[in-house]
Design a protein around this ligand. Structure first.
Ligand SMILES: Cc1ncc(COP(=O)(O)O)c(C=O)c1O
Length: 361
């Protein structure tokens, strides 16, 4: 026997909300949550295991609350002259974003993003008691500097999320849009670069914009490029004062000794992991190049996934792929579906399964 949610003294503003709920089905080909589909190379895994074994000997003690070695590792990896004082990390970039919202949003405040965008932004925002406001993109999911600045100025949010490149559409966001949004608000501007490593080298990182912009935050994750989704490690770069603000809301010792050791070791293999990114990009481009021949319309992607249109009935195609052992994502955009780039074998399985389905169904 179980009580119903309505029976509990739940916060009024959480009543009627739905939790994050991407289906977790164990199908042979899982291409639904933009994970890195390539297993970690053995030498990298061995090095991480060694580091975790050493860390285990100290697990009776609380971890380094300031995760100093890890912050130094991220500063080195990101470059741009960043130091560890300008780096923060947490259990996945979801928690990093939660820290930002706890510090800069909260009750009576507002966060803003251009829809469709990452589905967790509104959920984490509301979790802190703040309100979520959605702006709009043009039909091809881009947003230009003029429109972006006007929408942000009209809303006057406390936190702006710019997902660059954007999930679930794959769309890049040029730096001039980020600069215009920054000028248009007094709030903090979070550029979520979860997928930046998959973007062409010609699409620069917003890290270049950090100097002189103390309200700008650039967040990243190890879940994608570093094949570390299960380890839960995200991070951000910002002015050292922002980092001080985040210390006010984090739980002490939030990053475990084992997590810190594993992530620090994985970062030492950045070059190997980035070579894997190139292979994933090749699979993504193969999906984009093949879809038109199957009757679908892929959107340009700077990420490890492809959003494609021209789908008459997304739920029906999703189900037929599911029945063939392939899990992709119906992100709720009419006539669209999203697929993560797989290994060569997984990508072939997806394309073959899709080709076997009548695209008009
Ligand atoms: C745009 C974006 N930001 C953040 C995340 C969260 O990543 P994690 O919490 O695994 O670091 C995701 C995950 O899919 C994402 O797509």
């Amino acid at each position: 026997m179980s009580a119903r949610l309505d029976d509990l003294p739940l916060r009024d503003d959480l009543r009627g909300q739905t939790p994050y709920g991407a289906p977790q089905a164990s199908l042979p080909v899982a291409l639904n949550v933009n994970e890195n589909t390539h297993p970690m190379p053995e030498d990298v895994a061995d090095d991480i295991l060694d580091a975790v074994a050493v860390a285990l000997q100290e697990v009776n003690r609380y971890p380094d609350r300031e995760f100093t070695a890890l912050r130094e590792g991220f500063a080195d990896y990101l470059g741009f002259g960043l130091t560890r004082d300008e780096i923060w990390a947490a259990n996945g970039s979801n928690e990093v974003l939660q820290h930002v919202l706890q510090a800069f949003a909260g009750p009576g405040r507002t966060a803003f993003g251009f829809a469709p965008t990452y589905s967790m932004y509104p959920i984490i925002t509301r979790g802190t008691g703040a309100a979520w406001t959605a702006g709009t993109r043009s039909h091809d999911f881009t947003v230009d500097a003029g429109s972006a600045a006007a929408q942000v100025a009209a809303t006057a949010p406390d936190v702006v999320f710019l997902c660059a490149p954007n999930n679930p559409t794959g769309t890049p966001m040029p730096l001039d849009v980020i600069e215009a949004v920054y000028e248009a608000t007094h709030g903090v501007v979070v550029v979520d670069e979860a997928y930046q490593e998959f973007a062409p080298r010609s699409e620069p990182s917003a890290l270049a914009l950090l100097p002189g912009r103390e309200r700008l935050i650039v967040s990243r994750t190890m879940s994608k490029a570093f094949a570390f989704a299960g380890a839960r490690v995200g991070y951000l770069a910002a002015d050292a004062a922002v980092i001080d603000a985040l210390r006010l809301v984090r739980l002490p010792y939030h990053l475990s000794t084992l997590t810190q050791a594993a992530a620090t070791a994985a970062l030492r293999h950045a070059l190997t992991m980035l070579r894997m990114v190139d292979e994933i990009v090749a699979q993504r481009d193969r999906i984009s190049a093949t879809l038109p021949a199957l009757g679908y319309e892929p959107h340009d992607s700077s990420t490890n996934f492809v959003l494609f249109g021209g789908v008459n009935d997304p739920a029906a195609i999703w189900q037929q792929l599911y029945d063939r052992g392939v899990l992709i994502r119906d992100v709720g955009i009419p006539h669209h579906l999203r697929v993560t780039a797989g290994t060569d074998i997984e990508t072939t399985a997806f394309l073959d399964a899709l080709a076997s389905i009548d695209s008009r169904s």
